[in-house]
Ligand binder design. Structure first.
Ligand SMILES: *Cc1c(COP(=O)(O)O)cnc(C)c1O
Length: 230
């Protein structure tokens, strides 16, 4: 995409996040933007870096690994946000800083075993299915306490919080209701694990509602890089 448009998108998005946080009495530094760069070429990520972005989210492992290698000269933080196949955990454990999409104990165990000892623990969010049958991804809310307890036991993982992708809605009230459900699950979990600090929710179409409901991490793709083809 055009560099000036990319720069303009980033400037406007950061300003909108700042104003929205202010509106809902959230501290300016309470919300971190992860730029979702799946399908985008490495040069666009480099451009986004030059605009001040440091955190990048990827869903497709192979293209992510290529970009991580190409951009190894930059001090970036890499977030894996896509579905995880159990035979693909090793490169995720080796090359990423964060994983937002852990939904099964088996996957968590593999990531823990495969996280290289010289690296800091892998930062983990549990993905929750808050939309019932509308989504196949994410752990059932009822399964969360046991899953969280299991992940807390794994020394090479650091459990940070929860992530969800609600059913798409253009209605801000519906968006907020879905995010409020995730936030309630998060607060419940914090009753037993007060150190949890991350609520990964909000994308291009609903990040304002997510900020209103307490998101600490936004994952925005098209709002930065424009529409993805395919
Ligand atoms: C693609 C993706 C996003 C970004 O979606 P946009 O609508 O492009 O902002 C966020 N989170 C996850 C898990 C994604 O797969």
């Amino acid at each position: 995409m055009d560099r000036l448009l990319l720069r303009d998108n980033i400037t406007k998005l950061l300003e909108s996040i700042r104003l929205t946080a202010e509106k809902y009495d959230r501290p300016a530094d309470a919300v971190t933007l992860v730029a979702v760069s799946k399908t985008r070429p490495a040069n666009e990520l480099r451009e986004a870096f030059e605009c001040g972005l440091r955190e990048f989210g990827e869903s497709y492992l192979q293209e992510a690994l290529e970009k991580i290698e190409t951009l190894a000269d930059l001090p970036l933080t890499w977030h894996f946000i896509g579905p995880i196949q159990s035979n693909k955990t090793r490169p995720i454990a080796v090359h990423f800083d964060w994983v937002h999409s852990v939904e099964r104990e088996k996957i968590a165990r593999r990531l823990d075993e495969q996280r290289p000892p010289e690296l800091p623990p892998l930062q983990v969010c549990l993905q929750v299915n808050i939309s019932g049958e509308a989504s196949k991804s994410g752990a059932d809310p009822d399964a969360l306490p046991a899953l969280a307890a299991a992940v807390m036991q794994l020394p090479r993982l650091q459990l940070r919080g929860l992530m969800a992708i609600p059913a798409r809605s253009a209605d801000p009230a519906q968006q907020r209701a879905a995010f409020a459900r995730l936030r309630a699950l998060f607060e419940d979990l914090r009753g037993t694990h007060p150190e949890l600090d991350t609520l990964s929710m909000g994308m291009s179409g609903d990040y304002r509602a997510a900020i209103a409901e307490g998101a600490t991490v936004l994952r925005v793709g098209t709002g930065i890089f424009g529409p993805r083809d395919g």
